[in-house]
Design a binder for this molecule. Sequence first.
Ligand SMILES: C[S@@+](CC[C@H](N)C(=O)[O-])C[C@H]1O[C@@H](n2cnc3c(N)ncnc32)[C@H](O)[C@@H]1O
Length: 303
Amino acid sequence: VSSDAASAESWTLGRMLEWTRQHLKKSGSETARLDAEVLLAHACGCPRIQLYVRFDELATDQQRRVMRDLVKRRAAAEPVAYLVGHREFYGLDFIVNRHVLIPRPDTETLVLDLITRARRVADPRILDLCTGSGCIAVAAAAGLPTATITAVDISPESLDVARQNVNRHVDSNKQPIAPRVTLLQSDLFEAVPKEEFDFIVSNPPYVAEAEVATLAPDVRNHEPLLALRGGSDGLDVIRRIVVEAISRLKPRGELLIEFSPEQASAVQKLVTETGAYEAPTVLQDVERRSRAIRAIRLSDKPA
Ligand SMILES: C[S@@+](CC[C@H](N)C(=O)[O-])C[C@H]1O[C@@H](n2cnc3c(N)ncnc32)[C@H](O)[C@@H]1O
């Protein structure tokens, strides 16, 4: 997007979109067209779909300045969600920044299962460990108007983001969810008051140490390592959750944990070894990959 005064007049939004698409494609983005549309819509302050009726409009100096900065940062692999400060998850809009993992469609598998199962429980009590942006807790609170939710994260910066998200959403009865969601800074269960939950859910950090270096630059260089690193085999946090959840679940309470597809059998084994859960169920994501586990606590805790 040249700042050359001579070419300024010809910078229509349509031309700027095409220039941005080409530039981002050359810089390695596999979603260059979508990126270009999202960034331009952000610079213009309009929904993406409206760009299509504004292609002939001349860009203002301010729009061109904003685009120059956004395109430069996107070309350096900064995720679009951080650049525009938002990401859609489970049909809801979430504020995000570099302190939180960007919510992934993969995690919708867990949320869908949680909401479906929790609908059968009167006034379900839910604990969301490793809440990050708060996307799981907020989606659950929005979809379950009688649920009470505790959401924890070890990072105060991510709890700030989660708080903003909790404060801006309503449930299916148009009531604010905030009175039903408690946010807590905690190392997993450590600061969680002693009560028993119907559901404990988590999308914890689960990337194995050797895998971190192989992640896409968007993820590796921009998303918080605290949200990704799960120790040598990626299972450090999951291992703790599987064991510690036993004493925090009601009898027949349910544990739902996300993992990466290649960890499915290891996580199943961890659950089975405790002797405290029924045979677990592995849940598949939309691409039919094993993505999460559901384990129901046996009625009698092991001695
Ligand atoms: C993979 S992100 C998931 C964020 C969000 N739940 C989601 O699905 O998008 C993992 C989160 O766990 C948090 N975390 C890492 N270790 C933790 C611990 N020991 N106790 C609590 N939270 C932890 C990180 O700060 C990060 O926000």
